[in-house]
Design a protein around this ligand. Structure first.
Ligand code: KG4
Ligand code: ZN
Length: 332
């Protein structure tokens, strides 16, 4: 039996997951999102302090949920980066202390690789040559998942991340923070083709994205209205994002002969993105894999999942001086 505990603290979620022999056994999460809501975005110092407070209770919760003791752990994995420096430091320090105290190996993992790896908990090993679409609050990338621990970037956003665009449009519409889930909900009552918002860089032959033009177009459109049809704006904006993301992701699969697309990151929880990806993948003969929404947003299970894959393949643990890497680019 191989027991791996994973710690995630790159943003505002203190996540602790436990994976046993490739199976998810616990996924405890404490979120400081409500503390940030009044500021309209994550405040790094507030997030770091909340991680310090939540860390031990969340580890305890995960062990209770899994029915395991800390002494049952075979390895500890932690998000090394990218993310908020202070927030990451809390997780890395806790993971180091835990691994050193228990005398077990420590694996520092890449946050985006973990967003891909979490899918293996639900759908098994990823076939070679899988393409990954990683869409979160800080990133929007298309990757070649030839190595699940180190995906290679095929293209990425040149400005805002998809999640950032959702959060900004939610703010423009006065919907609160974090905006993604609220826009998703509000959009259900709107029409996706009510307003023709621009599809930045669509069909340009690259795998890169741009969402800042879309955000500006939404802001201008709203400013020109006396009475803003909130649901229609949400639905039309969401459609523009889902359209360009799925177009490029499916094109990457077809161009590169990949038969599987995996979508990960907080925006992968978006209902329209999931539905449009399913439709377009089916047409193109590509198998779509998306974790359930609760595993798309930041959590500890994704870190434990990637840590477990590394242990299973006999990978070398991280060196004892492993640190937090707030910027941590993936290879191109
Ligand atoms: O992966 P994640 O939890 O944290 C980062 O690594 O950034 O992603 C957070 C982002 C936020 O921008 C949030 O608004 C967005 O994911 N998000 C969504 C949905 N749920 C979360 N965006 C669109 N639709 C959703 N249902
Ligand atoms: Zn994330």
């Amino acid at each position: 039996m191989t027991v791996v505990l994973g710690i995630e603290t790159s943003c505002d979620e203190t996540g602790v997951g436990i994976v046993v022999d490739g199976e998810l056994r616990a996924n405890a999460i404490a979120s400081s999102v409500e503390l940030h809501a009044r500021y309209g975005g994550v405040v790094p110092e507030v997030a770091s302090r909340a991680h310090v407070e939540a860390m031990l209770p969340t580890i305890r919760r995960a062990c209770l949920d899994a029915g395991l003791a800390l002494t049952d752990l075979d390895a500890v994995a932690v998000t090394e980066g990218p993310g908020l420096a202070g927030a990451l430091l809390v997780g890395v320090a806790a993971a180091k202390a835990l691994a050193a105290g228990l005398g077990v190996p420590l694996f520092g993992v890449h946050h985006l690789a973990a967003h891909v790896a979490v899918d293996t908990l639900e759908h098994g090993p990823l076939p070679e040559g899988t393409i990954g679409l990683l869409v979160s609050g800080g990133h929007s990338s298309l990757v070649d998942v030839r190595d699940v621990a180190a995906p290679v970037v095929l293209g990425e956003t040149l400005d805002d991340a998809a999640g950032e665009a959702f959060d900004k449009v939610a703010r423009l519409l006065g919907l609160g923070f974090p905006g993604g889930p609220i826009v998703d909900r509000v959009a259900r009552d709107g029409s996706a083709d009510a307003i023709a918002f621009p599809r930045g860089m669509a069909g340009d032959g690259t795998y890169d994205f741009s969402f800042s033009g879309l955000k500006t177009a939404v802001a201008r459109w709203i400013a020109a209205q006396a009475d803003v049809p909130v649901a229609d704006v949400a639905a039309s904006f969401q459609e523009a994002v889902a359209d360009v993301l799925t177009q490029k992701a499916v094109a990457a699969c077809v161009d590169r002969g990949a038969d599987t697309l995996v979508i990960g990151g907080g925006v992968a929880a978006n209902s329209r993105l999931r539905a449009l990806a399913a439709e377009r993948c089916e047409t193109a003969g590509v198998r779509l894999r998306v974790p359930r929404p609760g595993l798309c947003t930041d959590n500890g299970a994704m870190v434990a999942a990637l840590g477990h894959l590394l242990v299973a393949r006999g990978a070398a643990p991280s060196p004892p001086d492993v640190g937090a890497r707030s910027t941590f680019p993936l290879p191109h």
